[in-house]
Write a protein that binds this ligand. Structure first.
Ligand code: G3H
Ligand code: 13P
Ligand code: ZN
Ligand code: NA
Length: 279
């Protein structure tokens, strides 16, 4: 059944754990996420994001996700991930119950202004908004972290002036993982400071590749939603390839093995975030 994202996050906050938010990519990966939520008795955010939107559009991705989730026993939210202005408006029209507006590429004042307008519109429909402040780089790209980190004072103003429900922050996290390449440690103190300054639940993107310790410390510092994608795609790919390399007449079997491995990997994340058993 569809659930109110605000109560999922509020429960996570009260219980000191975090919700898991994962990206769907096709029929089988959507099934994997939904089945993992059922198996772990966990609420789940099913995300329509940057990879799928150019491939099939927001509407088709939403319809596929809804159809698969509706016929399950999972407690779920369909969430737009990294939405543009137009995508957020389309998502609200389509019936998404949670949206992220990503204005992190905009100058600070413009990010405030457009996020504030998005919040006004979404709230009129009863839909909570996640926004991003500070930029999240792609893995492997050398960056000057001073230009990427979320600034504490800006975060305080941003939240006060936009009325956003949850804030995605940049604290050393990256989108993606390169196998066998260690990532920089994330800045737990900064998470804590942003949480103190804003008072709202924080979101950590790029949660693939984080250590169990970092996940636990981030939750203790105020993170109550993790976005992970790459680790689950890797799990799918491993399962897929284990069958596919034996011959391409096995497409369905390869898809099924990818899906099975992704279910296991997702259940593992839901347990790590502490939301398993909370549905
Ligand atoms: O990013 C989107 C625009 O800033 C939206 O604001 O109402 O001025 O078009 P607008
Ligand atoms: P990863 O692919 O690094 O897990 O990031 C996922 C994400 O942040 C989706 O918004
Ligand atoms: Zn992200
Ligand atoms: Na990552």
């Amino acid at each position: 059944t569809q659930s109110d994202p605000r109560s999922i996050i509020a429960n996570a906050q009260a219980g000191g754990y975090a919700a898991g938010a994962f990206n769907m990519h096709n029929e089988e990966t959507t099934e994997a996420l939904v089945w993992a939520a059922e198996k772990a008795n966990s609420p789940i955010f099913l995300q329509v994001g940057r990879a799928i939107i150019p491939h099939m559009g927001v509407r088709r991705a939403f319809e596929m996700t809804s159809r698969i989730a509706e016929r399950s026993n999972a407690e779920y939210v369909i969430h737009l991930d990294h939405g543009s202005w137009d995508e957020v408006l389309e998502a609200i029209r389509l019936g998404f119950t949670s949206v992220m507006y990503d204005g992190a590429h905009l100058p600070f004042e413009e990010n405030i202004e457009s996020t504030r307008k998005i919040v006004e519109i979404a709230h009129a429909f009863g839909i909570p908004v996640e926004a991003e402040l500070g930029k999240i780089p792609d893995v492997g790209v050398k960056v000057d972290w001073n230009e990427y980190y979320t600034d504490v004072e800006e975060a305080r103003r941003f939240v006060a002036e936009t009325g956003v429900d949850y804030l995605a922050i940049s604290v050393g996290i990256v989108h993606g993982v390169i196998p066998d390449m260690p990532l920089e440690p994330i800045n737990i103190d900064r998470i804590h400071e942003i949480r103190q300054a804003t008072g709202i639940p924080l979101v950590l993107h790029g949660a693939s590749g984080l250590t169990d310790r970092e996940i636990a410390d981030a939750m203790a510092a105020g993170v109550h939603k993790f976005n992970a994608d790459t680790d689950l795609r890797h799990a799918f790919r491993k399962g897929f390839e284990s069958v596919w390399t034996k011959g391409d007449h096995q497409l369905e079997e390869a898809m099924a093995e990818g899906r099975a491995r992704m279910v296991d990997a997702t259940v593992e994340k839901l347990r790590l975030y502490g939301c398993a058993g909370k549905s």
